[in-house]
Design a protein around this ligand. Structure first.
Ligand code: DQA
Length: 149
């Protein structure tokens, strides 16, 4: 049975490509999701991609994933630094969680150095730009399918 991954992006990540490209890169979220879909299919992983600017919607999507996904890749954007509700939702999910940030949050303002999600994540990828999402998928293929590529 094919394993399913939920790729979840939080607030302002819908603006990727036009938002502070010096920090977040020139690729749009659609470009990134397309690349993730291509790699997921090569790795034999199902992929559902969602983005929301709303904390409660992100919580709802994580709750839905309890029944429909084997793992979550999450870039919760600014909510990473503020949201106990997203942490609680992730703690209700049984599968692997990989946290991704395009920028290296540890090189930036002090308020970005702490992420509530990190205590739940099995792996954390920061500062690798959009490639971080692909690395996260490869890690999940390794964990879920035993893929070593
Ligand atoms: C981000 C880093 C966060 O601090 C910021 O609020 C974002 C994007 C990143 O991907 O680098 O929205 O999660």
């Amino acid at each position: 049975m094919q394993k399913n991954v939920l790729l979840l992006n939080g607030p302002n990540l819908n603006l990727l490509g036009s938002r502070q490209p010096d920090i977040y890169g020139v690729e749009s979220l659609d470009d990134i999701v397309d690349a993730c879909r291509k790699l997921a299919s090569e790795l034999d992983l199902g992929l559902r991609a969602e983005q929301s600017n709303h904390e409660g919607t992100l919580v709802d999507l994580i709750q839905e994933a309890r029944a429909s996904a084997d793992a979550i890749i999450i870039n919760a954007g600014a909510y990473s630094h503020t949201s106990v509700a997203i942490l609680d939702a992730l703690n209700s999910f049984d599968g692997d969680v990989i946290e991704v940030h395009l920028s290296n949050i540890h090189k930036r303002e002090a308020f970005r150095h702490h992420s509530f999600i990190s205590s739940r994540a099995s792996g954390i990828i920061v500062g690798c730009g959009s490639h971080g999402y692909l690395l996260a998928l490869r890690q999940l293929a390794h964990v879920l399918n035993g893929t070593t590529r």
